[in-house]
Design a protein around this ligand. Structure first.
Ligand SMILES: Nc1ncnc2c1ncn2[C@@H]1O[C@H](COP(=O)(O)OP(=O)(O)OP(=O)(O)O)[C@@H](O)[C@H]1O
Length: 655
């Protein structure tokens, strides 16, 4: 390119100004690899230019033909012909030869003009992702002489003005008539990109990206011995049918099946006329991960933007897939995602409101739709209830929870039990459920995702429901007392048992409870666990030990509650002191741990093994061969309770 004259004269020392040189290879590579998702966009850009050219011509000639015709020629060339406004020589020089120049921007404002699809002035370059040469022959609607522009992947181009009528023979029989206004673009496939220009690919791509465009687009296909035009545009938006039309619901379901690949539970109409947004949110028939949202099929001015566009809906709306046409939203330069601006944020909020209103209505209405929706998407209701008060009330009224009195809603639990006791973890629920159930204590399993937040919010919003987490005391209170005279007899034994489990930080108590098949349960509350954890850490941490110790309050003892109604526990309480009784208690402790779903650590495994050995020793005949060894069992840590067990293995209880 010619250097521009220096702004400061041509003095020897003065700087001189030059125009940038553009390496077209580099630019095309940038587009193909980093801007566009792949070469397939070349066809979208060609269709877009054709449609924009027709839009421009309609501005002065409203009744002009609106046709785009695509033809795959035998030598691998793709031809796209439109009945648009065409280009004069000057326009071609300015618009085709300059990267970034576009006739579709408002020169004064520098913004895109609302009626056009394009705006950036780079779309035509995408042709070079599949072709080394692009030819555009054009007849301007303004009556200028026809032109032939040829651009090459090396960055050069030729431009030729043709005499009027020169194209008549070449264009004879084309739509729009002989040398009528319009343009014809031809792309000769690069050897490694031939598949992008085959008839099958062109048909599929044109239908996919251009199927909803408001012009007549057709691809030439062989029929019998001849050729015919196969239309890929349908003319109307699939959701534009009158809502009173009885077949509309089925037609939308069929459209969803064909386009998105699933049969929807329901279709929610989306309509924001002010933002130029219309479409449908299809409710997925089965559960999806909350992180899988954002796969919406979005059209901008009826041209497909993308099939996996995100940001259109709030995150909680992961149970729908939308198909929308959005005239008021801005595409990014790649035209594959939406530009995040205030308009998009407003649209997202409004669409979210539409979907939430539908959800509230649907959940208020008992019936198969509500049931199927909750089965598939209860997580979405939970996610929404975390931030939305109306949905919190709805969730409390309709979401089924696992409780010790069977499946029930939180509202039902509050009404029946006068309070809502819940466990924040599934493990804790499993631990207390058998005993709570037997005692008719209603406990809600609040251990699943979002539950803790929902129950905490509900506790504040509905104080009269008395929503709170379950504590050991709640369970202990429902366990039956033991006859005081009997308890007095057992007092010394209970104290000895507590002493035996001192290292386990567990206090032993006795109650009567159902099921009587259960000899013992372990109760511990979260604060006690936390305090024990702190105390344990403080023991091992040198540097932080003192700091941690300051936080650790005296630990609330765990409780091993022996069941006086259980024959084994009863016999153990009545047994004389000695190795067998100790081993029996330790066994009950370990089995209560297991029942609580807690993993056994090395020390507890050792306890279990040693108790078993002691019990076997006591129970087996004296002359049975001794198979025990002196080796400590695997997994026993230092200070294991072995040293607390009597070494006498005679099988006789020591006094
Ligand atoms: N088929 C056509 N008929 C008439 N003019 C055309 C045609 N194709 C391209 N042009 C002209 O060439 C210009 C550049 O086209 P190009 O596709 O590179 O960018 P754009 O369509 O303006 O913007 P975008 O990069 O957003 O697609 C257009 O603005 C238009 O004026």
């Amino acid at each position: 390119m010619t250097p521009r004259p220096s702004a400061e004269g041509d003095g020897a020392a003065g700087p001189s100004a030059h125009a940038f040189q553009v390496d077209l290879h580099g630019v095309v590579d940038l587009l193909a690899r980093h801007l566009y998702s792949g070469p397939r966009v070349y066809l979208r850009e060609l269709l877009q230019n054709a449609v924009d050219a027709i839009t421009a011509r309609r501005g002065t000639e409203p009744g002009c033909p609106a046709q785009v015709r695509l033809r795959c020629l035998p030598d691998g060339t793709l031809e796209v012909r439109d009945t648009g406004i065409g280009l004069s020589r000057e326009q071609a020089e300015e618009l085709l030869a300059t990267i970034g120049a576009s006739s579709k921007r408002d020169d004064d404002l520098g913004t895109a003009r609302g009626e056009y699809l394009g705006q950036f002035g780079i779309g035509l370059l995408s042709s070079f992702m599949v072709a080394d040469e692009v030819e555009l022959v054009s007849v301007s609607a303004a009556g200028a002489a026809p032109i032939r522009w040829r651009g090459f992947a090396d960055g050069s181009y030729t431009l030729q003005t043709l005499p009027h009528g020169a194209l008549d023979e070449e264009l004879a029989g084309e739509p729009g008539g002989v040398a009528a206004p319009g343009s014809r673009v031809r792309l000769r496939a690069r050897p490694d990109a031939e598949h992008w220009l085959t008839r099958e690919t062109v048909l599929a791509l044109a239908g996919d990206v251009g199927g909803l465009l408001p012009v007549d687009i057709a691809v030439e296909v062989p029929v019998g011995d001849g050729w015919a035009w196969r239309r890929v545009t349908s003319g109307a938006l699939p959701w534009a049918r009158d809502a009173r039309d009885g077949d509309r619901t089925q037609a939308l379901a069929d459209y969803c099946e064909a386009t998105l690949g699933f049969s929807p539970l329901a279709a929610v109409d989306l309509d924001l006329p002010l933002a130029g947004v219309s479409g449908v949110a299809f409710v997925l028939p089965s559960a999806v991960s909350p992180t899988s949202g954002g796969a919406h099929r979005v059209y901008v001015k009826r041209m497909l933007l993308g099939t996996r566009v995100d940001g259109l809906l709030p995150e909680w709306a992961f149970f729908v897939r939308c198909v929308v046409n959005a005239d008021g939203l801005r595409p990014t330069a790649s035209r594959e995602q939406l530009y995040v601006d205030d308009v998009l944020l407003g649209v997202r909020e409004s669409l979210g409101r539409t979907i939430r209103d539908w959800l509230t209505r649907t959940l208020a209405e008992p019936g198969p739709l509500r049931r199927r929706f909750l089965e598939a998407h209860h997580l979405a209701v939970r996610a929404l209830a975390v931030t939305d008060d109306t949905m919190l009330e709805t969730a409390a009224a309709v979401l089924p929870y696992e409780t010790t009195e069977g499946v029930a809603t939180l509202a039902e639990v509050a009404a029946a039990a006068g309070e809502v006791l819940w466990t924040p973890s599934v493990e804790e629920y499993r631990r207390v459920a058998p005993v709570a159930r037997a005692q008719r204590l209603t406990v809600v399993n609040g251990g699943y995702v979002y539950d803790a937040d929902i129950l905490t919010r509900l506790a504040r919003r509905r104080p009269e429901w008395r929503v709170r987490t379950l504590t050991s005391d709640d369970v202990r209170h429902v366990l039956g007392p033991v006859d005081p005279a009997q308890e007095l007899v057992w007092l010394a034994t209970i104290a000895a048992f507590t002493e035996l489990l001192r290292r386990e930080e567990t206090e032993v108590t006795v109650r009567t409870f159902e099921p009587s098949t259960l000899p013992a349960i372990l109760l511990h509350d979260r604060e006690g666990d936390h305090q024990r954890e702190l105390a344990r850490t403080a023991e091992v941490a040198d540097t932080w030990g003192q700091t941690l110790a300051a936080f650790a309050r005296p630990t609330a003892a765990r409780q091993l509650v022996l069941n006086a109604a259980n024959p084994i526990a009863g016999r153990l309480l009545a047994a004389p002191p000695g190795a067998v009784r100790d081993a029996g208690l330790r066994s009950l402790y370990v089995s209560a741990l297991l029942l609580a779903g807690e993993p056994l650590r090395g020390r507890e495994t050792a306890l279990m093994t040693e108790s078993l050995v002691a019990l076997l020793d006591a129970g087996l005949p004296d002359d049975a061969p001794d198979v025990t060894t002196d080796d400590a069992p695997d997994g026993r840590d230092d200070g294991s309770p072995t040293d607390e067990l009597p070494t006498d293995r005679s099988g006789k209880d020591t006094p």
